[in-house]
Write a protein that binds this ligand. Structure first.
Ligand code: NAD
Length: 371
C-alpha cells in the first residue's frame, strides 16, 4: 500500500488568501482550504498529456474542483510558440504557485537546457520529495519497501556551468553551498519528525569530493543535532546503491544532493515496480510543482501504454498540499485497490491494460469506496 503519511505541508492553517505564500520552517506554505484552487496544468511532452489527463480525471472523480490553467512547456511549447518556456507559463506559475506537470523533453548533449531545472531554480523549489513504497499486487524482489527520497533541487552539477577549457577538455562545475545544504537537511529532518520516520541517511561521495560533499555532510550533521529523536547516518553513494538493492529496509529517508538524488530515485523506483508508480513533488517557500519521477517515455508515447499511477499519485500529493487530504487518501486507496486486485495492470507491471483502462479502473474503485 502507499503511504498514508502526511506531507510536510499538511499542518495547515486557514490563511485568508492562498495567493500569499506562507514561509514555514520547512519551507512550505499553508493553503486556504475553502475556495476552488487555481493550479497551473502543464501536460508536457511524450506520455505527459496522457498521464496528466488521467490525473485530472481522477482528481475530478475524487470530488475536488480545481480551476486548471493549462499551459504548454518544453518541446510542445517550442513547437507552438518557438519558446520551450513561454512567458504565459511563468506568469501562470507566479499567479497560482502550484502546478501539476507532465515530463518535459530535454535532448541529450544538444539543444536548450532542461526546462525542469530552469523552473525549479526560477521558483526556488529546493526540495524534491519522492516517496517510494511497495504496492501489494506488484511483484518485485522486495516487499514492504518504504523509502523517502529527499533531493536537493537547485545546485550541484545541475548548476549548468560548463565550458571548454581547450579543444578536447571540458569542465563542469559542481556548486554546493551551506545555505542550500542546510535547508534541504532541515526539510528532511522536519519531514521525518512530522511523519514519525525513524532515520535520515545522508548519501555522499565525500571520500573523493572532500570539499563539496564534505560541506554537504557537515551541514547535514549540524542540522541532525536539532533532531535527537531521529537516527542520523551517512553512506557513500556507491555502497548505498548496493545496499539499496540488497537490503532496502536498512534505509528510511535518503538525503541527497541533486545528481545522486536523481539517479538514486530511479533505482528506488526499480525496487517497487518501476517508474510508472513513483510520484514526486518539488517544494519551495512560495509554491510547489507536482510531477512523477519518470520522463517523457518516448518509446511508448501516444500509444495508450503509459502507466498513469505515478502521475495520479503526484496529483494526490498536490491535493495534500492544497488541503484536500481526504480526497488524496481516496485516490491512494483506489490506486492501491486496483494494483492489489491485479486485474487491470499496464504492461510495465506485466498486464495488458492501457492508460485509459487503468484510469477508468481507478475511478471505478473510487466510486466503489464511496458507494
Ligand atoms: P523515461 O523515464 O522517460 O523512460 C525510462 C523507461 O521507463 C522507458 O523505457 C519508459 O518507457 C519507461 N517509463 C517511463 N515512464 C513510464 C510510465 N509512466 N509507464 C510505463 N513505462 C514508463 O527516461 P528517459 O528515456 O531517460 O528520458 C526521456 C526524456 O524524458 C528525456 O528527454 C529526459 O530528459 C526527460 N525527462 C524528463 C523528466 C521531467 O520532466 N521531470 C524526468 C526524467 C526524464
Amino acid at each position: 500500500m502507499v503511504s498514508r503519511s502526511i506531507e510536510p505541508g499538511s499542518t495547515r492553517t486557514k490563511s485568508k488568501t492562498r495567493s500569499l505564500p506562507r514561509s514555514r520552517k520547512n519551507g512550505l506554505r499553508a493553503i486556504r482550504t475553502g475556495a476552488v484552487p487555481a493550479v497551473t496544468l502543464i501536460p508536457g511532452d511524450g506520455v505527459g498529456p496522457e498521464v496528466i489527463s488521467a490525473a485530472v480525471e481522477v482528481i475530478k472523480a475524487a470530488g475536488v474542483k480545481i480551476d486548471w490553467d493549462r499551459q504548454a512547456g518544453g518541446a510542445a511549447a517550442l513547437k507552438r510558440f518557438g519558446n520551450p518556456v513561454p512567458d504565459e507559463l511563468l506568469e501562470s506559475l507566479r499567479r497560482t504557485g502550484v502546478a501539476l506537470k507532465g515530463p518535459l523533453e530535454t535532448r541529450v548533449g544538444v539543444g536548450y537546457r532542461s526546462i525542469n531545472v530552469f523552473l525549479r531554480k526560477t521558483f526556488d523549489l529546493y526540495a524534491n520529495l519522492r516517496p517510494t513504497h511497495s504496492f501489494k499486487g506488484v511483484h518485485t524482489p522486495f516487499r514492504n519497501v518504504d523509502l523517502i527520497v529527499v533531493r536537493e533541487n537547485t545546485e550541484d552539477l545541475y548548476s549548468g556551468i560548463e565550458h571548454e577549457v581547450a579543444p578536447g577538455v571540458v569542465e563542469s562545475i559542481k556548486v554546493i553551498t551551506a545555505r542550500a545544504s542546510k535547508r534541504i537537511a532541515r526539510f528532511a529532518f522536519e519531514y521525518a519528525r512530522q511523519n514519525r520516520r525513524r532515520s535520515v541517511t545522508a548519501i555522499h561521495k565525500a571520500n573523493i569530493m572532500k570539499l563539496s560533499d564534505g560541506l554537504f555532510l557537515k551541514c547535514a550533521r549540524a542540522i541532525a543535532k536539532g533532531y535527537p529523536e531521529i537516527r542520523y547516518q551517512e553512506q557513500i553513494v556507491d555502497a548505498a546503491c548496493m545496499r539499496l538493492v540488497t537490503d532496502p529496509s536498512s534505509f528510511d529517508i535518503l538525503l541527497l544532493e541533486n545528481l545522486y538524488g536523481d539517479i538514486v530515485s530511479d533505482l528506488c523506483a526499480g525496487l517497487v515496480g518501476g517508474l510508472g508508480l513513483v510520484p514526486g513533488a518539488n517544494y519551495g517557500d512560495k509554491g510547489a510543482i507536482f510531477e512523477a519521477v519518470h520522463g517523457t517515455a518516448p518509446d511508448i508515447a501516444g500509444k495508450d501504454l503509459a502507466n498513469p499511477i505515478a502521475a495520479i499519485l503526484s496529483g494526490a500529493m498536490m491535493l495534500d498540499y492544497l488541503g484536500r487530504g481526504a480526497a488524496a487518501a481516496r485516490i491512494r486507496a483506489a490506486t492501491g485497490a486496483v494494483l492489489r486486485s491485479g486485474r487491470v495492470l499496464t504492461r510495465d507491471l506485466g498486464g495488458k491494460a492501457g492508460t485509459r483502462e487503468m484510469t477508468d479502473a481507478v475511478i471505478r474503485a473510487m466510486h466503489r469506496q464511496r458507494g
